[in-house]
Ligand binder design. Structure first.
Ligand SMILES: O=C(O)CCC(=O)C(=O)O
Ligand SMILES: [Fe+2]
Length: 278
């Protein structure tokens, strides 16, 4: 396969001490620094045009098919978050499973799945090579999200899960995340208004902007997932914004091997069975 693309922009940041230690949220698992995988140097990387326009349209089509299967009528305003693997979709009306609500009618074609998988592997490989890691590292892990934010002036959050603009550290939410990858399917200023991505100074206030990244169709933004990379999304004030969020781990036990096998969602209870629910 062709060699992975190089980042268009790179910013180095000092690593936090978050890597390779046991994580209390993971039942104490994930201990130990993995050479060739955990970051010695932390960063923020941007890959312009990582995915071409045709690929962007295919992924948006997959997101829209999922939302239609789960909710109908084009889905809801505000944030709609989907884990394509488990099938759980969350919006301001709550949680549904797209695979359960669609019954025996397939939502996605085999080529949808294989395309999606090929994008995941390309991102993993770009993260690996641009961080100088062992090519088999890091491992793809769960959960992953497709997020659509559709502006509507009357929309208000119906609970904390709707508040998508909170500053956060990805590794604080899910301890085994080591690298984050965000693939944008919409362009700020064209497809939607405001909604910029921002890295913040990680101090007590958590509100000083250090750098902004403009979402653009096909752009990949990757960064180390620890507290050196506190970030947030700004409120969207017009249009529709799509992003895919992927994470990669150095904890071999958290590798997501059965991704998109069409079966994994059966292992989830109605409320989510293994802590990976939305
Ligand atoms: O939507 C974005 O730009 C960022 C999403 C994000 O931070 C996340 O999914 O953890
Ligand atoms: Fe995040």
């Amino acid at each position: 396969s062709p060699s992975p693309p190089l980042p268009t922009h790179r910013t180095d940041v000092d690593c936090s001490s978050d890597y390779g230690s046991a994580n209390p949220y993971d039942g104490g698992g994930g201990g130990g620094f993995v050479d060739g995988c955990h970051p010695l140097h932390c960063n923020r990387l941007v890959f312009d045009n990582f995915l071409d326009e045709e690929g962007v349209e295919r992924l948006k089509d997959i997101a829209e098919k999922a939302i239609e299967a789960g909710r109908g009528n084009g889905g809801r305003a505000g944030p709609t978050i989907l884990d394509i693997n488990s099938g759980y979709l969350r919006d301001d009306q709550g949680l549904v499973n797209i695979y359960e609500s669609s019954g025996d009618t397939p939502i996605f074609s085999p080529s949808d799945f294989s395309f999606y998988l090929s994008v995941v592997e390309r991102i993993r490989s770009a993260v690996s090579s641009s961080n100088g890691l062992d090519p088999s590292q890091p491992k793809f892990t769960a959960p992953t999200f497709m997020t659509r934010i559709r502006y509507d002036e009357t929309w208000r959050p119906s609970g904390m899960h709707d508040v998508y603009w909170m500053p956060h550290v990805d590794k604080e939410n899910t301890g085994h995340y080591d690298y984050s990858g965000l693939l944008y399917l919409s362009t700020q200023g064209e497809d939607f208004e405001e909604g910029m991505f921002e890295f913040l100074v990680n101090d007590e206030d958590r509100e000083t902007v250090e750098a902004q990244v403009k979402p653009e169709r096909g752009k990949l933004v990757s960064f180390t997932a620890g507290s050196e990379n506190l970030h947030r999304v700004n409120v969207v004030r017009g249009g529709t914004r799509y992003v895919l969020s992927f994470w990669f781990t150095c904890d071999g036990e958290k590798e997501f091997g059965n991704f998109l096998d069409g079966e994994i969602h059966r292992a989830y209870g109605k409320e989510g069975g293994d802590g990976n629910e939305l």
